[in-house]
Design a protein around this ligand. Structure first.
Ligand code: BES
Ligand code: ZN
Ligand code: ZN
Length: 509
């Protein structure tokens, strides 16, 4: 995957020679309906002068994602000055910085501007201050994220790549450098994750997903094992195998291991990252309607999040052991496919009545979660495009968050302040246990009705997490951006990577 040549530069933005210099603008007006009161978020005086006439014109309102472009700005070395709106000054946030940096990069693309510089938002008093490390990091993440277009299979695609990006900070500090370095690592991991989700089901089979994970691990210095059908049977992963056996494509159980440099004490936490890797979900015998089925190539986004997170973890080197477990299969109807009414025994010994073969994600994760525990994981997190019900409940802005442990969940929610991802907690308390009770077996793989479907799925997984602290992310509504925005393209979002990485780091000794 090609990426930008991204540099951190310290000094005066007005003297930087660049085809396009971007600067953020906020609206300081506080009253609703008041005339905008625009302020440039860069201390460099010449910049204010260059933008003055445009700002005074009232044409530009500085809404988040709005841009205005000036050619040959007077007093600046830059060929163009791009004003990027951040919205109201009082709404200033790292998330907006991330989006505004992305907007700058995406504004350059259709203009075939190959090189962009962005001035760090540093004007005293006009905005809330965030630590420089986090601000620089958000800028790098937003810019790298925005650079990606998901048109690799289009013959008519135009090369709109931005090749070079310079972040201009007023002075070089260790903080800024650290934020910059971390931003590059996390953004690369997230884009790698997105590149996996973008692949169609005929290209990215479970075997190919295993090969991509192996290649990543080899490059990053992680141990990686990829197993298939025989190992599933040997481990008695009947739930995972039930899903896999209807496909001509063999499944892949991918185990990636990160060991910190100094080996941790015996009672140190071991983080288990478990991903749903259904490379295509037809629904199986309980087949999905044709309308929209093509989207189900993204049903491995949870797996991609974990593989991406492992990439970042290998490079950030937290002082905690991490094991990534990906359960990958293709859910197909076939003469050998599992059927409604079947009863399977999961690796844990729990018996499961299959009611709907389209509820396959929880089955592969059941064995993945249990297996992670047998590998010594003390804390579990899973990510899965698990339920349509979660999309109905939360839409596409927040992903679903479930947990069986307050402290572990609080750690995850703490990570969100850095990652900027949005999750909304939904219940999975024991009073919902009835949802998955079966007359035939210990539990069944659907809820007793459609109500609270995201919680029914979480209750099923909770059975396999058992007493181990566990967080479950239902990312069905957030893993694919159907809408283009000024700061991102249509396509895979890479959700999960940033938060999971930050959650893992919060356990670093
Ligand atoms: N991969 C789907 C979840 C999904 C559905 C994501 C629609 C996005 C849009 C999952 O495997 C699935 O099909 N779940 C079923 C469960 C049901 C049969 C209990 C669902 O949500 O309809
Ligand atoms: Zn399904
Ligand atoms: Zn699925």
């Amino acid at each position: 995957m090609k990426s930008m040549n991204t540099k951190l530069f310290s000094g005066d933005a007005t003297v930087v020679e660049t085809p396009m210099l971007a600067v953020f603008v906020v609206d300081r007006a506080t009253d609703n309906g008041a005339e905008p009161s625009l302020a440039l978020l860069s201390g460099a005086g010449g910049m204010q002068d260059a933008a003055q006439a445009l700002l005074a014109s009232g044409e530009f309102k500085a809404a988040l994602g709005e841009t205005a472009l000036l050619h040959a700005p007077s007093g600046l070395e830059a060929e163009r000055l791009l004003l990027v709106g951040l919205g109201k000054a009082k709404d200033f946030s790292l998330d907006r910085v991330r989006k505004a940096a992305g907007t700058a990069v995406r504004a350059a693309k259709p203009r075939s501007v190959r090189s962009v510089a962005i001035a760090f938002p540093d004007t005293d008093g006009q905005i809330e201050k965030f630590p420089a490390a986090l601000t620089v990091r958000a800028m790098v993440e937003g810019a790298e994220f925005a650079e990606m277009d998901w048109d690799i299979y289009r013959s008519d695609r135009k090369d709109c790549a931005v090749d070079s990006l310079t972040l201009i900070v007023p002075q070089m500090t260790d903080e800024a450098q650290r934020g910059f370095d971390e931003g590059l690592i996390v953004a690369a991991a997230q884009n790698f994750s997105r590149s996996l989700v973008n692949e169609p089901g005929n290209v990215l089979t479970p075997t190919v997903l295993g090969a991509r994970a192996t290649a990543m691990c080899d490059e990053a210095g992680l141990k990686c094992e990829v197993y298939s059908s025989e190992k599933l049977q040997e481990l008695k992963m009947e739930a995972f195998w039930a899903v896999a056996k209807g496909s001509a494509e063999p499944p892949a159980l991918i185990v990636m291991t990160y060991e910190p440099e100094i080996s941790p004490s015996v009672d140190a936490p071991v983080m288990g990252l478990v991903g749903k890797g259904i490379t295509f979900d037809t629904g199986g015998i309980s087949i999905k309607p044709a309308d929209g089925m093509e989207k189900m190539k993204y049903d491995m986004a949870g797996a991609a999040a974990m593989i991406g997170a492992m990439h970042a973890i290998a490079r950030l080197k937290p002082k905690v052991k991490v094991i990534g477990v990906v359960c990958s299969a293709e859910n197909m109807p076939d003469g050998r496919a599992y059927k409604p009414g079947d009863v399977v025994t999961a690796m844990s010994g729990t018996t499961i009545e299959i009611v709907n073969t389209d509820a396959e994600g929880r089955l592969v994760l059941a064995d993945g979660l249990h297996y992670a525990k047998t590998l010594g994981c003390t804390h579990l997190i899973d990510a899965a495009t698990l339920t349509g019900a979660c999309v109905v409940a939360l839409g596409t802005i927040n992903a679903g968050l479930f947990s069986n442990d307050e402290a572990t969940c609080a750690k995850f929610e703490g990570a969100l302040a850095v990652s900027g991802e949005k999750y909304w907690r939904l219940p999975c308390t024991d009073d919902y246990r009835d949802h998955i009770k079966s007359e035939i077996a210990d539990i069944m793989n659907t809820g007793k009705n459609r109500y609270g479907g995201a919680t029914s799925a979480a209750m099923f997984l909770k059975e396999f997490a058992g007493d181990t602290p566990w967080v479950h992310l239902d990312i069905a509504g957030c893993a694919w951006n159907e809408e283009k925005k000024p700061w991102h393209a249509y396509g895979p979002s890479g959700i999960g990577v940033r938060s999971i990485v930050e959650w893992v780091r919060s356990y670093s000794a």
